[in-house]
Write a protein that binds this ligand. Structure first.
Ligand SMILES: [Zn+2]
Length: 388
């Protein structure tokens, strides 16, 4: 008998595409290793970025196993960033993404593998850990806001592979800066954490909009935004380390320009700002993690105000109160996060925020791209309310 079905093909040859070895268990059953990424010492492997396209799909039950998920976090082995609660996303046009449902997904605890079963509606589908946000998305955003008179764009420096590190300033020049708060934001220190880019995208688009509340935010605050701290990692479909394997949210104490020029450049931009006599009233680095949300920073009234303001938003899952940056004592050399370093060296009210990608307790489902976009304006208002 002639085999009339063309084999399902797997492609990752596009920006941020990533997958490890693919094994055909049967024509409709693919075993796909997640590539993962380890650091400069071959430690702290994290395997939760995959973004691939399947072609020649029949309208039959297809099974995709995601394997090789075991990783390590802060030198503790046995950590998984794809878990029983992870729901991959799929798209038929590489633009609009939906989560696979509980019915589609099965977790094998013994093997540490996640299996997705579904009947494709079309012959081509994209699958990813979370909805991708690439440098192409960022270029579109920066292009769209480029002519706005209250937006200034510059480069803070270059990455290992020579890409620019964009720094966006948004404020109303008609109001004197001396009357304003100064808030700095940073996203995508870790390439896989695309949800934070959607938040920044929503925040920036709102901030330049005609809404009277947005004009108020531009008059009251100088907004300084690093929208993508590791563009090399984003382009190359990496997980959480730069092109030399260095974590862009550790190493803020050492800030060695030879191995993490991204950190050196961003730190230099912030310290130059401070050294020219200006303030940073509040700093926030945005991150994604698996389950739950939190903020971490210096203990005190600002932390509590920010936490309380975030708790009023539609999707921030406030629980347990703000966490303290140096709760566990001294930090090992080369392990300091951006918020820790800014507080340690310059006493800045610097925070880190984690937003979970698994089921959101408030929404009773995982956050969608729309949820993240809508969280953007909410975040700006929370920051403006919390700034000392
Ligand atoms: Zn992160």
């Amino acid at each position: 008998m002639l085999l009339l079905i063309a084999a399902i093909t797997v492609t990752t040859s596009f920006e941020a595409g990533s997958l490890g070895r693919v094994e055909y268990v049967s024509p409709l059953h693919l075993r796909c290793a997640v590539k993962g990424q380890a650091d400069q010492d071959g430690r702290n492997r994290q395997a939760n970025w995959y973004y691939f396209r399947l072609d020649n799909l029949p309208k039959q039950d297809v099974r995709i196993e995601l394997t090789d998920l075991a990783g390590e976090y802060n030198y503790r082995p046995g950590s998984y960033s794809v878990t029983r609660n992870t729901r991959p996303v799929y798209s038929y046009d590489d633009r609009t993404w939906k989560h696979f449902t509980d019915e589609n997904v099965e977790w094998d605890e013994k093997q540490g593998r996640l299996t997705v079963r579904f009947t494709p509606e079309r012959p081509r589908v994209w699958i990813a850990h979370v909805p991708p946000y690439t440098t192409a998305h960022l270029a579109k955003l920066l292009g769209d806001i480029g002519r706005h008179p209250q937006v200034r764009q510059e480069s803070a420096g270059r990455t290992v592979q020579g890409r620019e590190l964009p720094l966006v300033t948004i404020t109303d020049p008609a109001a004197p800066d001396s009357d304003k708060r100064v808030v700095w934001l940073m996203a995508r220190q870790h390439a896989w954490e695309t949800g934070t880019s959607w938040v920044i995208d929503g925040a920036v688009r709102y901030l330049v909009s005609d809404a009277p509340e947005a004009a108020k935010l531009r008059r009251a605050v100088v907004w300084k935004i690093f929208p993508m701290a590791d563009p090399d990692g984003v382009v190359n479909g990496q997980v959480r380390f730069n092109a030399h394997g260095y974590d862009v949210n550790r190493n803020w104490d050492t800030a060695d320009a030879r191995v993490v020029p991204e950190i050196a450049a961003m730190k230099k931009a912030m310290f130059a700002w401070l050294d020219s006599g200006r303030r940073i009233d509040l700093f926030l680095a945005l991150h994604n993690q698996e389950a739950g949300d939190y903020i971490e920073g210096p203990a005190g009234a600002v932390a509590q105000r920010l936490f309380d303001a975030l708790g009023k938003t539609a999707s921030f899952q406030a629980a347990g109160g703000p966490r303290v940056s140096f709760g566990k004592g001294a930090v090992d050399k080369g392990r300091m996060t951006v918020n820790q370093a800014l507080f340690h060296e310059r006493k800045i009210q610097a925070f880190l925020m984690e937003l979970g990608v698994e089921r959101n307790a408030k929404l009773a489902r995982p956050r969608t791209t729309d949820d993240n976009l809508q969280f953007g304006p909410d975040l700006l208002n929370a920051l403006a309310a919390a700034a000392p």
